[in-house]
Design a protein around this ligand. Structure first.
Ligand SMILES: C[S@@+](CC[C@H](N)C(=O)[O-])C[C@H]1O[C@@H](n2cnc3c(N)ncnc32)[C@H](O)[C@@H]1O
Length: 366
C-alpha cells in the first residue's frame, strides 16, 4: 500500500524550495511510491496541494476536502506528517547548513534498534532522567516539549507531573523510536494531578520544530545534539515563551566509560568523542540568546551484569552514520575483546558516568 506524506511547511519561505526538491528529476528513489501533499500558508505550488492551514493538525482536517475528487484512489491510505528539514533532506536538497547530520541518516541509525534501545538503554538512563526532571522543576499546568526524545524515557517521567491544563509534545527524527514512545506514553500512568495532560507525538528535527513561536514553558533534551551548535539552540529559543526554560543533559568529558570507548575508537580508526569544555557550551547557550545559564556535573555508577549484557547495551545505540562498515566491524570486535578482558567469566562491569545538566531561560526581550 502506498504511503502518502503530508509535509507541513511551518515556514512559508521554505515551501518553494522543498516543492522544487520534490519535483526534481534527481529526487532519490526513496520517494518512489509516495505521493506528497504540501501544506503551507502561501500559494499553490503546481503539482502540490497547498492548504490554508497553520498547523499539521489543521492541514489534516482540510485534506478530506482536498482529496474529494480522487477519493477512490486515496481511500484507506495512510498519512504521515513529516517535518520540513527531514523532508528536504530526504529529497537531497535544502538541508540547513547548520544541520550536521541529516535527519534521515539519524533515523536510519535509530529506527532499526528502537526496541533494543528501549530494553537496554532506557533503564540505565533512568537515574539521569530523574536528575534532569528535578533540575527542570516541571509544574502541572506547563506546556512542555521534549526534543530528540527517543523512546520517551524522559517524557514518561514528565507526563505524570502534568495536570489537565498541561501539555507534552514529544519529538524526534526517528519514527521507529517515536512509535515506542507513543505506545509507552499512551499506557495508563499514575497521575499525581488527576486527569492527564494532552500528549502529542510528532516526528521533527530539533533544528526545525513544527510548532509556533513562544508556544512552550519548558523545553527538555537528554543526550541529543541540541547544545552542539547554534541551530538547535536558536530553535529552542524560538519555541519558548519569554521566561520559558531550557533543561538539557549532556555527557561530561571525564568518566571511565568514555575513556574505554575512546580507546576502542582509536583502535578502530574512529575519531574520539569531541572534547568540549562546559564553559564553551555555556557560552554557546548564552550567545543563542538565553539568560541564567547554569550547569551542574553529576556522577553515576552504572552496573552491567556481565560483559554480554554491556555489549547488548552498546549495540542498542546503532551504528552512527559517519562510520563505514569496516570501522563499525572493527569497533565491535575491539569493544568485545576489551570488555571481555575487563569482565571475564560472567563478572559484572561497573562503569562511571559524568553527566552535565544545563538549565537556562529565554530572557523577556530577545
Ligand atoms: C542517544 S538517543 C537519546 C534518546 C532520549 N533522549 C533518551 O535520553 O533516551 C539520541 C536521540 O536523539 C535523536 N536525534 C538525534 N539528532 C536529532 C535531531 N537533529 N533532531 C531530532 N532528534 C534527533 C535520535 O533519533 C535519538 O532518538
Amino acid at each position: 500500500m502506498a504511503e502518502y506524506l503530508l509535509h507541513h511547511v511551518h515556514r512559508p519561505e521554505r515551501c518553494q524550495d522543498i516543492s522544487d526538491a520534490w519535483k526534481s528529476p534527481d529526487a532519490p528513489s526513496g520517494l518512489n511510491g509516495h505521493d506528497f501533499f504540501c501544506s503551507c500558508r502561501s500559494g499553490d505550488h503546481g503539482a502540490f496541494i497547498s492548504a490554508e492551514a497553520h498547523s499539521p493538525e489543521a492541514a489534516l482536517k482540510l485534506l478530506p476536502a482536498l482529496l474529494r475528487p480522487t477519493t477512490r484512489v486515496y481511500a484507506g491510505q495512510s498519512l504521515r506528517i513529516v517535518s520540513d528539514t527531514a523532508m528536504a533532506t530526504r529529497a537531497g536538497q535544502g538541508a540547513r547548513p547548520t544541520e550536521r547530520v541529516p535527519g534521515v541518516a539519524i533515523a536510519a541509525q535509530y529506527d532499526p534498534i528502537a526496541p533494543d534501545y528501549e530494553q537496554w538503554v532506557v533503564p540505565k538512563f533512568r537515574p539521569v532522567a530523574e536528575a534532569l526532571v528535578k533540575a527542570a522543576t516541571v509544574s502541572p499546568s506547563e506546556q512542555v516539549i521534549e526534543v530528540g526524545a527517543g523512546t520517551g524515557g524522559l517524557s514518561r517521567l514528565i507526563l505524570p507531573r502534568l495536570g489537565p491544563t498541561g501539555t507534552l509534545t514529544v519529538t524526534d527524527v526517528s519514527p521507529g523510536m517515536l512509535e515506542i514512545a507513543a505506545r509507552v506514553l499512551a499506557s495508563p500512568v499514575p497521575r499525581s494531578n488527576g486527569a492527564g495532560a494532552r500528549l502529542t507525538v510528532t516526528e521533527a528535527d530539533l533544528t526545525s520544530l513544527p510548532v509556533s513561536d513562544g508556544a512552550f514553558d519548558l523545553l527538555v533534551s537528554q543526550f541529543t545534539p541540541l547544545l552542539d551548535g547554534p541551530a538547535g539552540l536558536r530553535e529552542a529559543l524560538r519555541v519558548l515563551r519569554p521566561g520559558g526554560r531550557l533543561a538539557a543533559a549532556v555527557w561530561g568529558s571525564s568518566y571511565t566509560e568514555r575513556a574505554l570507548l575512546n580507546a576502542v575508537r582509536l583502535e578502530a580508526g574512529i575519531p574520539p568523542y569531541p572534547d568540549e569544555s562546559v564553559s564553551v557550551t555555556a557560552t554557546r547557550i548564552r550567545e543563542a540568546g538565553f539568560g541564567g545559564v547554569r550547569h551542574r556535573s553529576v556522577r553515576f555508577q552504572v552496573v552491567h551484569d556481565t560483559a554480554e549484557t554491556y555489549l547488548a547495551y552498546r549495540a542498542a545505540f546503532g551504528v552512527p552514520p559517519a562510520w563505514n562498515p569496516e570501522q563499525a566491524s572493527r569497533y565491535e570486535d575491539t569493544l568485545s575483546r576489551r570488555v571481555e578482558a575487563i569482565a571475564p567469566d560472567g563478572e559484572s562491569l561497573v562503569l562511571a558516568w559524568q553527566v552535565v545538566l544545563f538549565t537556562a531561560f529565554r530572557a523577556e526581550v530577545v
